[in-house]
Design a protein around this ligand. Structure first.
Ligand SMILES: Cc1ncc(COP(=O)(O)O)c(C=O)c1O
Length: 402
């Protein structure tokens, strides 16, 4: 099945610097299948209109298609449709919570971890600074897992929010979300899960995890850019004030007062990214057709293969050894070679796209005592041949630089 998938992705036919494109930058953003591209084109060609306001046929069609996507996404993570808020990306989803929920916090502490992407670190750090709350950061151990004792001691009765990643975008480490949510709740804190790197790879069930908020981005799972999802527990969303104010998030406005709209519209001010939300619905359909179990299996197979192939005394690999406990990415450095030089050469000489730099995780870089990494990340259209090509290319780069 996975060998046939490549043909659905037109961009993979491209040549980069005379070589077949080998796209290994999926943790940054994935490529889009023709089905998603066509769904967006089809919307603009046949159904384009604004939603939730116009009585005409196109307006009704657009609204139905948009809301249909919401239902698909809700089902995908086992949420109710009114608990799915459309935003721009994971970053905006987390900022929404930090702003709207954060506004209610008066004292105490917020707990996060050293392995966070900046988008789940900076908003909380800023909230703590502006509200005089204590900002607590849980460290990792030598095996690249969160330090459990520290986690359990840093979350206490004064903790208001525990904000943590489901899977690290650098280490690949999968955290025990269910357990961390439980600890947060035992201390009367809410649990905010950054699922940008987990929803594309693992079957996520928000009811089972029992998180209060969960954020992810469409573009990291075959969908278009410009669409993010914030899942929030209904009862918590009901109590929160809106983040942005304007059209569609109101029920009634007068000179003296404004009444907020019902969920989820209370948090969706203004015209949303209609076409891309519909495109995301198609991406979900595509992933469901393959099945998340098979995607996870493929992921593990490639990660295991990559960890074996990149085993070289000139290559330092970061992240857990056990593929059961990591998502489909491998971060590494070649000794004495800057990550940008590696990425540049992979692109220019071999047509291989990888990420290099701090990966929006500067606190983690400092913790690992490095300034940057090279990251190869996999998705459903990658195969062993892509990893073989990466291995060969890296061996040549090692020779050139030594
Ligand atoms: C773990 C993690 N969180 C958050 C983000 C931010 O996602 P976005 O740029 O779509 O807001 C990323 C993106 O790389 C990520 O890997």
């Amino acid at each position: 099945m996975f060998s046939k998938i490549k043909k659905d992705f037109p961009i993979l036919k491209r040549k980069i610097n005379g070589k077949r494109l080998i796209y290994l930058d999926n943790a940054a953003t994935t490529q889009k299948p023709i089905q998603v591209i066509k769904a967006i084109e089809d919307f603009y060609k046949k159904h384009n209109a604004n939603i939730l306001r116009s009585i005409h046929t196109l307006g009704e069609e657009a609204t139905e298609m948009f809301e249909d996507s919401r239902k698909k996404i809700a089902k995908f993570i086992n949420a109710k449709k009114e608990e799915i808020i459309f935003v721009k990306n994971t970053t905006e989803a987390i900022n929404l919570v930090a702003y709207s929920y954060g506004r209610k916090i008066k004292d105490g502490n917020i707990v996060t971890t050293i392995m966070e992407h900046h988008s789940n670190f900076v908003p909380w750090q800023y909230l703590c600074k502006t509200k005089n709350l204590e900002f607590r950061v849980v460290d990792i151990n030598e095996e690249y897992f969160l330090n459990n004792d520290e986690l359990n001691s840093k979350i206490d009765r004064n903790t208001k929010v525990v904000a943590f990643t489901n899977a690290s975008n650098v280490l690949g480490t999968i955290n025990d979300v269910k357990e961390i949510c439980k600890t947060a709740h035992e201390n009367n804190a809410i649990a905010v899960v950054d699922a940008a790197q987990s929803v594309p790879h693992l079957k996520i069930d928000v009811k089972d995890i029992d998180c209060d908020f969960l954020a992810f981005s469409a573009h990291k799972m075959l969908g278009p850019t410009g669409v993010g999802i914030l899942y929030g527990k209904r009862e918590i969303l009901e109590e929160m004030e809106p983040f942005l104010m304007g059209g569609e998030m109101i029920k009634e406005v007068s000179i003296n007062e404004t009444k907020w709209n019902d969920l989820p519209h209370k948090f969706e001010a203004g015209t949303p990214n209609i076409a891309d939300v519909i495109g995301f619905g198609k991406a979900i359909e595509y992933l469901e057709k393959i099945g998340m179990k098979k995607i996870r299996k493929h992921d593990k197979k490639l990660t295991k293969y990559a960890l074996e192939k990149l085993n070289n005394d000139k290559i330092i690999i970061y992240g857990p050894k056990d593929v059961e406990k990591r998502v489909g990415l491998v971060s590494f450095n070649i000794k004495n070679v800057h990550s940008h030089d590696v990425a540049d050469m992979l692109d220019k000489k071999f047509g291989i796209a990888v990420r290099s730099g701090h990966a929006c995780a500067m606190p983690l870089m400092s913790r690992l005592k490095i300034s940057s990494i090279v990251r190869a990340s996999f998705y459903i259209y990658n195969d062993e041949k892509d990893i073989d090509a990466l291995k060969k290319a890296l061996e040549k780069i090692i020779k050139i630089f030594n």
